[in-house]
Each structure stands twice: as C-alpha cells, then as structure tokens.
Design a protein around this ligand. Sequence first.
Ligand code: HEM
Ligand code: NAG
Ligand code: NAG
Ligand code: NAG
Length: 319
Amino acid sequence: MASKQSLNAPEFLIFIFFTATLASAQLSSTFYDNSCPSAFRIIQSTVRAAIYKEKRMGASLLRLHFHDCFVNGCDGSILLDDTTSFTGEKTAGPNNNSLRGFDVVDTIKANVEASCTQVVSCADILAIAARDSVVALGGPSWTVQLGRRDATTASFSQANTDIPAPTSDLSTLISAFSKKGLSTTDMVSLSGAHTIGQARCTTFRSRVYNESNINSSFSSTEQNNCPLSNGDDNLSPLDAGSPNYFDNCYYKNLLNQRGLLHSDQQLNNGGSTDSQVSTYAANPSKFFNDFSAAIVNMGNISPLTGTDGEIRINCRKAN
Ligand code: HEM
Ligand SMILES: *[C@@H]1O[C@H](CO)[C@@H](O)[C@H](O)[C@H]1NC(C)=O
Ligand SMILES: *[C@@H]1O[C@H](CO)[C@@H](O)[C@H](O)[C@H]1NC(C)=O
Ligand SMILES: *[C@@H]1O[C@H](CO)[C@@H](O)[C@H](O)[C@H]1NC(C)=O
C-alpha cells in the first residue's frame, strides 16, 4: 500500500482537536461533559449538604474562589497546605485565621475522585462550588467555565499584596481589581458577595468607632459586639439583615450607611460608584445579572490550561 500523502478523516479530526486545544487557552462550559459528567451532581450535593449543616459555609466557599483567583490566577493555589519546605497562601494576612471550608473542599474532591480519578481540577471545583453556594442561598445561577488546571506552587507574598484589604479606599479597590483585568463595574457587583457571610471585629473595629459615614444605631450595635480591646475574633454579619440569603440588601445597607467594612461603605461615599450601588439597591435582577457576568470574568483570571499545571489528587498538596 502506498504511503499516505494526506490525513484520512479521523486523523484530520484528531489533528484539528489537538491544534485547537494547544492554540487556545480558553475555558469551556462543556469541558467535563465526556470525562466526568457526574462531577456537577457530586459537587452540588456535597455543597448543599455542607450548607444544610452550616449556612455560613456557602459564604466561605464563595470567598475561597475569590482568594484563589486573585493570587496567581484561578489555579487552586489557595488550597495548598504549608509544609516544612513550602509556604503556601493560607497564612498570608487576608487568609490567616479567616478562610474556611478547606475540609468541605476535601470532601468534594474525595467524592469526585471516587467517580472520575484525576480528571477534575481543584481550581474548577472552587469555581463550581462558588456557583452552587450562591444558588443554594437564593442567588443567581450562571454557567461555569471550566478546564482550569492546578498549580504546583503558591505565592504567600502575592496573597499579601493582591487581595484588597478592608481598609482600602475606593481608588485602591478599583486599582486592585483593574490589576486583575476586572472593571470597576465588576468590582462593585462582586462586592455584593458581602450580602452573605461574617467578618471578624478586627476587620471593622476602626470603622465602627472612628468613621462618621455610618448610621449611629448601627455603629453602637457593632461596637457592643466589638470592644476596643479584646474580641478581635468576634463575628458580625456583613449584611446584618439577611446574612444567609444572597440578595441585594448589601447595597440597600450601603445607601443607609450600614456597610460593615470601610471598603464596603467606600462604594457609596460620594464617588463614581454611588450610582451603581443605587441601581443594585433598586433592581435586584440587575445585580444578579451583573454579578453572574463579573464572577465569570473573575474565574477567567490567568487559568492554567492545556498541559500546564496538573490535576491534583489531593487539593492540599501537589502530586
Ligand atoms: C472588594 C474588595 C474586598 C474586600 C476588601 C474584602 C474583604 C473581606 C473581609 C475583611 C472579610 C472578613 C474576613 C474575616 O473577618 O475573617 C470578607 C469576608 C467575605 N468576603 Fe470579601 N472582600 C472583598 C471582595 C470580595 C469578593 C469579590 C468576594 C467574592 C466574590 C468576597 C466574598 C466574601 C465572603 C462571602 C465573605 C464572608 C466569608 C465567611 O463568612 O466565611 N469578598 N471580605
Ligand atoms: C497565623 O495565625 C496564627 C494564629 O493566630 C499565628 O500564630 C501565626 O503567626 C500567623 N501566621 C502569620 C504568617 O502571620
Ligand atoms: C481612631 O483613630 C485614632 C486617631 O487616628 C486612633 O488613634 C485610634 O486608634 C482609632 N481607633 C480605632 C478603634 O481604630
Ligand atoms: C439609622 O437607622 C435607623 C433605622 O435602624 C433610623 O431610624 C435612623 O434614622 C438612622 N439614623 C440616621 C442618622 O440616619
């Protein structure tokens, strides 16, 4: 038989497939449709069970995705444990004694591995768990883009510099998000995540004692729960009215000078973002749509794709 001069049809399709895979570092919503279709059901049911046990866990899981994406991109780096020879991100200032949900991520990963071994990345698990958490608490749903791979490294220093602090002014918040390719609009809608979850006294003490753009009955209530000395770890809800419900009350609070963090109230303090806050306070479905678009944008921050990185077996350590 003569040697082939051109590719036959199946070879041609394979050629196209690999070329497309290598050429584009794009995420796709169908990434696991053939390799692990059960992942979605497994992740959703594990997230729901965890939230059923403790409502706050939905907030904690959502925050993990944010803190993952803002440091070296959405690469699962936030999940790596420190070892004697490795310092990860968990003890960086914004994370230490603050991030939670790592045990839930372990359970999700173990359940997914039992169905599909080494197929679904830890970074993608965080993205799906964030969506499922928001939905479970009454918020919007969106199509999660997938195909991220997991880092073998992490950055303690970038976790300290790139995750915005609650003491940030508006201009600092805008530039921290801009540095990640996210717009001011994205920043304001993503901040609506603070409609759920809790913050420690240490993160809002100076606001509730020292600031004037705060409702006085709100500041007295918060001062009672956050003494001038001691009580650093006392918790207050970021949205006092409905901390376990994903709604637009965060923005209504800001209109009433009831933002808990300095950074929260900055979004409605006479600056360029005031009008977006008013829009969301009046129009919850506009907030839901914009939040969904913004979190997809956040999920696109520098993913590892193709043959970069790995699919971790245990989210806490590189293979
Ligand atoms: C805009 C800049 C942001 C700042 C300055 C900020 C700051 C903070 C701080 C200080 C806390 C309390 C942490 C503690 O006391 O331990 C917190 C909690 C939280 N943050 Fe943010 N954050 C920001 C944006 C975001 C974004 C973009 C998301 C997600 C899309 C998010 C989700 C959350 C959630 C859900 C909680 C509650 C977590 C829990 O209860 O476990 N935050 N944030
Ligand atoms: C993290 O918190 C623990 C417990 O409060 C503390 O001992 C440790 O020094 C902190 N780590 C860093 C890097 O700040
Ligand atoms: C309030 O501000 C003063 C003056 O800057 C400062 O000394 C004090 O520590 C602040 N109090 C709190 C609770 O942050
Ligand atoms: C603070 O909020 C309360 C409602 O809880 C309201 O009655 C009061 O007028 C507000 N104070 C100011 C100064 O706006």
